[in-house]
Design a protein. Structure first.
Length: 279
């Protein structure tokens, strides 16, 4: 691992690291915020998954999460959104290829050799974080848009791994909307039955009641992608039918930007803290 940057931030440390990923078969960069802690106290971790076109720095520099994470004693881990490098397949569109990994494991060429973001976030990155940093085993997950989809599917597919999940303007039903259909047909192929295991609505529909975890979704009503890409009400309806503890909040006047995330991230951190620190 190579330390690329380090900054004091409130009473904690904001760092950026580069490492070789065996899962993704390329060099990756991630950011981490380490809060101040008393000696021998290991903070829990909130994994943040960003959206289309992002890398690890969008959330780090725009969301303003560090002040409250420092106060609460939560470490923040911000991975990149896709594999990177000259030999990694890409597409001219902003919604496919680099910056658009969709947190799944691709099965189709030319994507399959690198695009395994699901395995990277589920296994390789947490293993590395726990080995290299003094953090506890307790973890929660959150994300925005494509990253909200990622957070939801990671939580739904891995019962017991996360204490809680939250999302800002997530793509909840990717099998039914243009962003998801473009990504899934390329990464997974045209057999739509293989898409279901990457769709949070389908996963929640098939979930067991004992696996439900507290879930918070914020959605701006002035979001330009709300009607044709996001539709969080579809997941809220599945949650209602399954008695899954999901709270969907519609935030008046907010769009899809990081100004929206910055406005509500404190609520999400306090929501996760309640569950990360529960006895
Ligand atoms: N360029 C695109 C829209 C790209 C965009 O809005 N990206 C969002 C995430 S969208 C869903 O995953 C984002 O977070 N951008 C980075 C930022 O710092 O704002 C278009 O013009 O339509």
């Amino acid at each position: 691992m190579e330390l690329l940057e380090e900054h004091r931030c409130f009473e904690g440390r904001q760092q950026r690291w580069r490492h070789d990923s065996t899962t993704l078969n390329c060099t990756m960069t991630f950011s981490i915020f380490l809060p101040p802690t008393a000696d021998n106290v290991k903070p829990p971790v909130l994994y943040w998954l960003s959206g289309l076109t992002c890398n690890d720095e969008n959330f780090t520099t725009k969301a303003g999460a560090q002040r409250v994470a420092a106060e609460l004693g939560i470490a923040l881990v911000m991975p990149d959104t896709s594999p990177r490098g000259d030999d990694v397949a890409d597409d001219a569109g902003y919604d496919l290829g680099k910056g658009a990994g969709f947190y799944l494991n691709a099965t189709q060429e030319p994507w399959a050799s690198h695009y395994r973001m699901y395995d990277y976030i589920r296994e390789e990155l947490p293993t590395l974080i726990k080995a290299q940093f003094a953090v506890s085993d307790r973890a929660a997950i959150s994300g925005h848009s494509m990253g909200g989809h990622g957070a939801l599917i990671l939580a739904l597919k891995n019962p017991g791994t996360f204490t809680s999940v939250s999302a800002f303007a997530p793509i909840v039903n990717p099998t039914q909307v243009p962003w998801g259909q473009k990504a899934f047909s390329n990464y997974l192929g045209n057999d739509e039955s293989t898409w279901q295991e990457w769709d949070s609505c389908a996963l929640m529909q098939a979930s067991q009641s004992q696996d439900a975890i507290p879930t918070l979704i914020d959605q701006g009503d002035a979001d330009q992608f709300l009607a044709n890409q996001l539709q969080p009400a579809v997941l809220a309806e599945v949650a209602r039918l399954k008695s899954w503890p999901l709270t969907l909040r519609i935030q008046e006047g907010h769009d899809h930007s990081y100004y929206f995330i910055a406005s509500w991230i404190e609520d999400h951190l306090r929501f996760h803290a309640e569950h990360l620190f529960a006895k």
